[in-house]
Design a protein around this ligand. Structure first.
Ligand code: DOR
Ligand code: ZN
Length: 386
């Protein structure tokens, strides 16, 4: 396949280049040549488009198995692709939490059968699943220090310490509020600086605390763009963990943009009925990039910031070395983006099974037009074409 006439994000710049894709990988990045075009079985014209690496969302709740009335690998992955996200890392707080090697395997199998994007998994940490973690060798470990959907919360100080001490890859931590984050840092094993990743960080002070121990910082679009005053509008949809913060905190978060390592959605679909019963969380896969592009159009963010936080850094943080940027030899997961297209978020038209969005009715400028996964076009102009 050849992709011509687009502007590609290459070596931290947008440049006009021709892409040659072969066997699901980026084979060549060069200037256009007519003789090369003749050799191709498929030529895609990307005129007027920005071509970015497929995005990586490291914080997603696909809800399968257990709560497939909220979401499943099929609907969740369609939502991801429609949002330009070609790789997700799924969370372990299922009805039967992902805390054993067997459950992790079962999830992998389900995702392989049903998902149209790549799915990796965080494994849950409990008071006593050290042997299971060793056996499963997960990509990363998720440690809940705060209460959340499900009952995966970890209270025992010694267990927390032991996980921090022995797990060698990234440990994603859900810890809400400065007190818990200070506690986490105090328990950090002395040589393990840098292997914690704070999920959905909401304040500048939390960022500085984690950065002081070389950890990595994730923020969600909802904490960047919504604050407490928006709760009036959200009504029954309001509950989310961590909660929306004051406007002053939200502004401080924006002043810390440089220290943020990645943007992840915390896509946490619930039915409206469950929200009315107090369920925590918002769906976010289909709106996150568009919200960022809208902010780019308003000159609040640069394309570089967006691609670094949504593709390059997530790949680096979780060791997904075959993806995350457009470079020769990387996986041909690519998205074409029209930064000028205006559209309105309509919850009921989304791919997610829950069919609502906290950003409902927002007018946004910027949209994903085409998604190429493993060198094959699977989404084009709002339609799935696989
Ligand atoms: O709002 C949230 N929803 N925060 C979490 O930490 C979990 C998530 C969920 O699984 O519903
Ligand atoms: Zn979450």
């Amino acid at each position: 396949m050849q992709i011509k006439n687009g502007k590609i994000f290459f070596k931290n710049q947008l440049v006009e280049r021709n892409l040659i894709i072969e066997n699901g990988l980026i084979k060549r990045i060069s200037n256009y040549s007519a003789s090369e075009e003749e050799k191709q079985d498929e030529v895609v014209d990307a005129k007027g488009m920005l071509i970015l690496p497929g995005l990586i969302d490291v914080h997603v709740h696909m809800r399968e198995p257990g709560d497939t009335y909220k979401e499943d690998f099929k609907t969740g992955s369609h939502a991801a692709i429609a949002g330009g996200i070609t790789t997700v890392i799924d969370m372990p707080n299922n009805k039967l939490p992902t805390i054993t090697a067997q459950r992790l395997k079962e999830k992998e199998k389900l995702a392989k059968q049903k998902a149209i994007c790549d799915v990796f998994f965080h494994m849950g940490a409990t008071e006593n699943n050290f042997d299971e973690i060793k056996k499963a060798e997960p990509l990363s470990l998720k440690m809940y220090l705060s209460e959340t959907t499900g009952d995966l919360v970890l209270k025992d100080k010694n267990a927390i310490k032991k996980h921090l001490e022995i797990f060698t890859r990234k440990i994603v931590v859900h810890a809400e509020g400065q007190m818990l984050i200070d506690r986490l840092v105090s328990l950090l094993y002395k040589n393990k600086k840098g292997n914690i990743h704070l999920a959905h960080t909401t304040t500048a002070k939390e960022i500085d605390t984690i950065k002081a121990v070389s950890g990595t910082i994730e923020v969600t679009p909802h904490h960047l763009f919504l604050s407490k005053k928006y709760e009036e509008k959200l009504g029954k949809l309001t509950p989310v963990k961590p909660p929306l913060r004051d406007e002053a905190d939200r502004r401080l978060l924006w002043q810390s943009l440089d220290k943020i390592d990645c943007v992840a959605t915390d896509h946490a679909p619930h039915t409206i009925e469950d929200k009315e019963d107090g369920a925590y969380g918002y769906p976010g896969l289909e709106t996150s990039l568009a919200i960022m592009l809208d902010a780019y159009n308003k000159k609040l963010l640069t394309i570089n910031w967006i691609v670094e936080r949504m593709a390059i850094n997530p790949a680096k943080i979780f060791g997904l070395n075959d993806r995350g940027e457009i470079a020769v030899g990387k996986k041909a997961d690519l998205i074409f983006v029209d930064t000028k297209q205006e559209w309105q978020v309509k919850g009921e038209e989304l791919e997610t099974k829950c069919k609502w969005s906290p950003f409902d009715a927002w007018h946004l400028r910027g949209k994903v037009k085409t998604v190429i996964r493993n060198g094959k076009t699977i989404y084009e102009g709002g339609e799935f074409v696989y």
